[in-house]
Design a protein around this ligand. Structure first.
Ligand SMILES: Nc1ncnc2c1ncn2[C@@H]1O[C@H](COP(=O)(O)OP(=O)(O)O)[C@@H](O)[C@H]1O
Ligand SMILES: [Mg+2]
Length: 394
């Protein structure tokens, strides 16, 4: 708290402000010695006022002490800009404390000159960054922990789904054997039991291969390369030919852009979304439309359908693993497709979401960053031009 003086002169007000400041303030004279400081500086560095005032600024600025002029001191402390321009803002430096520690600070400073005349000194205001640094470090540790546990989980999912395939193969082949051996020898109930077991094992196969695919998105993806999303769309239509034919679906598209993508994963992404748009159809024959529009830094793709829609409360949870809103008999599936889509989009640096109303169709959106493709295309154009000019030289 600042005690108010009865009559507040400008000089007294300035004094009040300096001593009430929460940031450190150090005024350095032309000779490189500290002329003035404030309470925040003393508290931070552990000095008394008389231990700093009159002392060289190098007492708190970490320099090797090579130079003694004001310029060389500030240059050495990494504050070259201050000398060049006469001021700096928010540069990260450290001050030395009385007990020899280095405290990180965000430093702003400016020269003091009389008119345009000779340099009188430098006023340094610096903000304690310890809390921010601590928080940053905590965040970095947490992020690293999260990345490690994600990688562990991914590895676990991979090993589990991979290793479980072998015993499943054995179960499947013995079931098949049993079915063939007992053909005509069993009653209807036993045949039904075998059919259930076969069904169960093929469901398990689908789950395991979905899980395996999910666990491989980050670890076994191809590098991102310039990819024509219109070609990807055409490939997906060819892959889904049978489904499109039997459902009577009409799948259309607007012009689609070049993007930076893993071609195989982009096919997977489009295929999962278009197959869902056809699978979750209502009474009407499915109509699916794919388009893309340019945002500032990204392409925003959309896949719109006229299907059964998704209640608002499930708009986020459907992207979770195994999350399904319908019975297996009505709409078969594993509930892994959208989780894979999300992982693919995130690997590409984008986002995925859905807008929908029950019974009114759904539109799935995902984004892909534009930045890289621009620089890659520019580079390719430059290389092409270079090759052309070399050819001319030959
Ligand atoms: N286009 C869509 N229209 C309506 N519901 C959808 C659509 N796409 C996905 N869903 C809902 O999200 C759930 C999760 O989708 P997905 O992960 O692809 O699993 P699956 O297709 O195996 O059921 C689906 O079971 C369905 O309930
Ligand atoms: Mg699906």
């Amino acid at each position: 708290m600042v005690k108010r003086k009865k009559t507040l002169t400008p000089a007294a007000a300035a004094e009040d402000i300096i001593s009430a400041m929460v940031d450190t303030l150090v005024l350095v004279g032309r000779d490189g010695r500290i002329l003035r400081t404030n309470q925040a500086t003393l508290d931070l560095l552990g000095y008394k006022e008389n231990e700093l005032v009159g002392e060289p600024i190098t007492k708190i600025l970490p320099t090797t002490g090579a130079g003694s002029s004001l310029y060389s001191i500030f240059q050495e402390a990494g504050l070259r800009e201050l000398i060049k321009k006469g001021h700096v803002r928010d540069v990260e430096i450290t001050y030395k404390t009385k007990d020899g520690r280095e405290v990180p600070l965000s430093f702003s400073g400016s020269e003091i000159r009389e008119g345009k005349g000779e340099l009188q000194g430098i006023v340094c205001v610096a903000k304690d960054l310890r809390d921010i640094k601590r928080a940053e470090e905590e965040l970095r540790v947490k992020a690293a922990e999260l990345a490690r546990s994600n990688a562990e989980l991914e590895h676990f999912a991979y090993v589990a789904s991979h290793d479980l395939q072998q015993p499943l193969c054995t179960v499947e082949s013995y079931l098949l054997h049993l079915k063939q051996q007992c053909k005509g020898k069993l009653d209807a109930e036993a045949n039904e039991s075998i059919a259930y077991a076969v069904d169960g094992s093929s469901k398990m196969r689908a789950l395991l291969s979905g899980l395996l695919e999910y666990s491989r998105v980050n670890t076994q993806g191809n590098p991102l390369e310039p990819t024509n999303s219109a070609v990807v769309f055409n490939q997906v239509i060819a892959n889904l030919k049978a489904l499109i034919k039997t459902s009577g679906a009409v799948v259309t598209r607007d012009p689609l852009p070049m993007v930076m993508a893993d071609n195989v994963q982009l096919i997977r992404l489009f295929q999962n979304l278009i197959a869902n748009a056809i699978k979750f159809r209502g009474e009407e024959p499915p109509r699916v439309h794919v388009s893309a529009r340019q945002g500032k830094e990204e392409w925003i793709f959309s896949i719109r359908d006229n299907g059964i829609g998704i209640p608002l409360e499930y708009a986020e949870s459907i992207f979770e693993m195994f999350r399904r809103l319908h019975s297996e008999t009505k709409y078969p599936g594993t509930g892994i497709g959208l989780a894979v889509c999300k992982k693919i989009v995130e690997r590409h640096g984008g986002r995925i979401w859905v807008k929908s109303r029950s019974g009114k169709g759904s539109t799935f959106y995902f984004t892909l960053p534009k930045k890289e493709i621009e620089s890659v295309t520019k580079k390719q154009t430059r290389i092409k031009a270079l090759v052309e000019s070399l050819k001319k030289l030959e």
